[in-house]
Design a protein around this ligand. Structure first.
Ligand SMILES: *[C@@H]1O[C@H](CO)[C@@H](O)[C@H](O)[C@H]1NC(C)=O
Ligand SMILES: *[C@@H]1O[C@H](CO)[C@@H](O)[C@H](O)[C@H]1NC(C)=O
Ligand SMILES: *[C@@H]1O[C@H](CO)[C@@H](O)[C@H](O)[C@H]1NC(C)=O
Ligand SMILES: *[C@@H]1O[C@H](CO)[C@@H](O)[C@H](O)[C@H]1NC(C)=O
Ligand SMILES: *[C@@H]1O[C@H](CO)[C@@H](O)[C@H](O)[C@H]1NC(C)=O
Ligand SMILES: *[C@@H]1O[C@H](CO)[C@@H](O)[C@H](O)[C@H]1NC(C)=O
Ligand SMILES: *[C@@H]1O[C@H](CO)[C@@H](O)[C@H](O)[C@H]1NC(C)=O
Ligand SMILES: *[C@@H]1O[C@H](CO)[C@@H](O)[C@H](O)[C@H]1NC(C)=O
Ligand SMILES: *[C@@H]1O[C@H](CO)[C@@H](O)[C@H](O)[C@H]1NC(C)=O
Length: 626
């Protein structure tokens, strides 16, 4: 009895301690003071008794739940003045989005206390009066959108001090006076349209399109250069000109007129074709996430953000974004979505998730907290009954699959050996790190060239990890992944670290040969890359294995052969014969140091073979194939 009580007490204190530790009490009070002093039409689940970090709509905390770092409350139906001394107390706040409400009153000057703010979104409200003069307190601000309010007075020159600004939206206010010389190189998006601004467009802003300045009283002379219209206007001009020209010439020479009419027809036809192309393109864009707009108010859904995500977006943004399809993968379709602060993210919409919310969230926690330079960070995810989304960084250069295979046979920039080495090293490091997570049990489960990107140092970086166990099993007939799948894997959910090693081996062979894991040769015959490499190596044609694009680089043969050996040991038929990923990292890193230790003979020619190096490769080949 006494002991039971003792344990109960410990349990109680333990949970109290956990509760107290797991939330920023002062930030919570600031938010409660805010919500209790402002009228709003949509109900928020901000219950004092629940955790501000886990359960409050629109609130994001930092990693250890010690501070609130983002508040996103678009379209909640707020009206009236923002109560003073409430939001201004959230001193660690990085993102504040209150857009599309009906806030009124002057600019909330307490927000100037928030020195760590990176994004402030107040567009579509009824704020009035002047902008604060001391913007420069927000040293880290990169997105500022105050458009569609009633701000008046001039644009404060202190905006010039916001050296990290990437997007500035002040459109549809009543701002007047001159445009300050905003010499901010990082600025990518600017909109000052529909105000009452006067003077000229300063030199530093001439790089922005004229649409950024329309609807003002900017004097035409100096603003002429940026206002120079885009292609549409001259086109109109020239066709008008030819019309009158035709009229003149028809009277004189009918032959010439005939030629001109033909020309005119071509011009108009081309214009029509252009329009058609644009229409098709925008139609393609429309095929976005929008189609589920009706489901988005799904009651139990919540966008969960991971640490380090200072992107400003909410669910509405993801659904509204003009998403472009980037690719259809094994587990779902990936879209490119442009956000309001001029950044771009990749949104993956999962199909056929077969596990419940709890298990899903648990797996996301594991995956989302991985931070390694060779693992593409998961920024955020969303789970509801009908919709599961994952948000990743967007990589401009595209996947390794694109870099390696796109436009083959055409005019393309070859993927050089140096980059292929860095891809191999980076991916190995990334997978090895993943294999250490979740007490050494985490599996990537979907390694393939289209899931590998280049990080800022151009090393490989793996994406899309840890999804296999969440999904319904996929029939092995899906060809593209089939080439990477280890032979022992019959159920796509039951992947293992050894099967990751196999897939990595296939990726190495792909980098070396420039061939897709499953490719058709000649007519119908489908070749499996691993089998093909084995057969070529067995026939002692090692030189023929390598991508012709690599033949132009001198002195790399030894490195290529060394990588081929590693690749072949990874694709060993029996899982227990494959090396562990940590060893693979050592091996690929050693390729370069071995090579610099003993200088290769520079006169070896390609596509010949290097006799001394073939035997070990052939050995590995025959031992693992039989
Ligand atoms: C807001 O309302 C709370 C009651 O919940 C009150 O205690 C507090 O003083 C108010 N704060 C402000 C800033 O008006
Ligand atoms: C958070 O909300 C969910 C329902 O949305 C509820 O099941 C859960 O108990 C809440 N957590 C806490 C700590 O109140
Ligand atoms: C603001 O950011 C800096 C740098 O990231 C950090 O050291 C500081 O603690 C932050 N301030 C608050 C109040 O969180
Ligand atoms: C900024 O200016 C406002 C008045 O416009 C003032 O109330 C506030 O104290 C100033 N804040 C800082 C940090 O200078
Ligand atoms: C801004 O608007 C307010 C009324 O909302 C007015 O009193 C004030 O004079 C205006 N200021 C300027 C510079 O137009
Ligand atoms: C920019 O910041 C510096 C130092 O923080 C300050 O002295 C200067 O007045 C600011 N410039 C403007 C235009 O506010
Ligand atoms: C500001 O927000 C509006 C509405 O959300 C958007 O259309 C506009 O592109 C944004 N402007 C900038 C510069 O971010
Ligand atoms: C400004 O208002 C006009 C007219 O209401 C609208 O067409 C335009 O999209 C608005 N601009 C922005 C940036 O919201
Ligand atoms: C623009 O300024 C003129 C005076 O210069 C004023 O009459 C007009 O109301 C202003 N328009 C807006 C939209 O603020």
């Amino acid at each position: 009895m006494g002991i039971k009580l003792f344990f109960e007490a410990i349990f109680l204190f333990g949970s109290l301690y956990m509760l107290a530790r797991a939330e920023p009490i002062e930030d919570k009070h600031a938010l409660l003071d805010f919500i209790n002093n402002i009228s709003h039409s949509r109900n928020l689940n901000w219950d004092e008794r629940t955790s501000v970090c886990n359960n409050w709509t629109g609130v994001t905390c930092n990693h250890d739940n010690s501070r609130v770092i983002a508040v996103r409350l678009p379209g909640i139906g707020f009206r009236g003045h923002i109560p003073l001394n409430t939001l201004g107390r959230l001193s660690a706040l990085q993102i504040l989005s209150l857009r599309s409400n009906a806030f009124s009153g002057p600019f909330p000057t307490d927000l100037l206390e928030l020195g760590n703010l990176t994004g402030l979104y107040l567009q579509f409200n009824n704020f009035q009066g002047p902008l604060p003069w001391n913007f420069s307190v927000w040293k880290n601000l990169n997105g500022l959108n105050l458009s569609n309010n009633g701000f008046n007075g001039s644009i404060p020159s202190s905006i010039t001090n916001l050296t990290h600004l990437t997007a500035l939206g002040l459109a549809n206010n009543s701002l007047s006076g001159d445009i300050p010389d905003l010499n901010i190189p990082s600025l990518q998006l600017l909109d000052l349209s529909n105000n009452n601004l006067t003077g000229v467009v300063p030199r530093s802003l001439l790089r922005f399109p004229s649409s950024a300045f329309v609807g003002n009283k900017i004097s035409p002379e100096t603003s002429q250069p940026p206002v120079l219209p885009p292609t549409a206007q001259p086109k109109k001009h020239s066709s008008k000109f030819s019309e009158s020209a035709i009229l003149g010439i028809v009277i004189g020479s009918s032959a010439l007129a005939f030629v001109l009419i033909a020309l005119l027809l071509i011009v108009t036809n081309r214009k029509k074709a252009d329009e058609k192309a644009i229409a098709v393109k925008s139609e393609k864009k429309e095929k976005s996430l929008k189609r589920t707009t009706s489901e988005r108010h799904d009651t139990n859904g919540k966008l969960v953000f991971f640490e380090g995500c200072n992107l400003a977006f909410d669910l509405e943004d993801l659904f509204r974004a003009s998403a472009e399809v980037l690719g259809k993968g094994t587990f779902g379709t990936t879209y490119k979505a442009a956000l309001e602060d001029a950044t771009t993210v990749a949104v993956k919409r999962l199909r056929e998730v077969s596990i419940g919310r709890k298990d899903f969230e648990q797996q996301m926690e594991v995956v989302g907290n991985i931070r390694h330079e060779n693992v593409a960070p998961l920024r955020s995810y969303y789970y509801s009954k009908d919709e599961k989304l994952m948000v990743y960084d967007f990589y401009d250069l595209g996947s390794v699959s694109v870099l390696l295979h796109a436009k083959r046979g055409e005019d393309r920039i070859p993927l050089d050996w140096e980059t292929r080495m860095k891809i191999a090293i980076g991916v190995a490091r990334g997978i090895a790190y993943i294999h250490l997570q979740n007490v050494g049990k985490l599996v990537h489960g979907n390694i393939k060239a289209s899931n590998v990107f280049l990080n800022s140092q151009k090393y490989g970086c793996v994406s899309d990890l840890g999804l296999a166990p969440l999904m319904s099993p996929i029939t092995p007939r899906i060809m593209r992944t089939a080439g990477y799948r280890a032979p022992e894997i019959t159920d796509t959910r039951k992947v293992s670290q050894a099967s990751d090693v196999y897939s990595y081996g296939v990726l190495l062979l792909e980098l070396l040969t420039g061939k897709s894991p499953v490719h058709a040769v000649g007519g119908e015959e489908v070749i499996h890359l691993v089998r093909w490499v084995h057969s070529v190596v067995r026939e002692e044609w090692t030189g023929e294995v390598f991508d012709v694009e690599l033949l132009r680089y001198p002195n790399i043969e030894e490195e290529m052969v060394a990588m081929l050996q590693i690749g072949m040991s990874c694709v060993a038929r029996m899982p227990e014969q494959r090396p562990k990923m940590a060893n693979v990292v050592k091996m690929v890193e050693d390729i370069r140091s071995v090579n610099t230790d003993n200088q290769p003979s520079s006169e070896t020619k390609w596509p010949g073979s290097t006799p001394s190096l073939i035997p070990p490769v052939a050995q590995i080949g025959s031992s693992s194939v039989s």
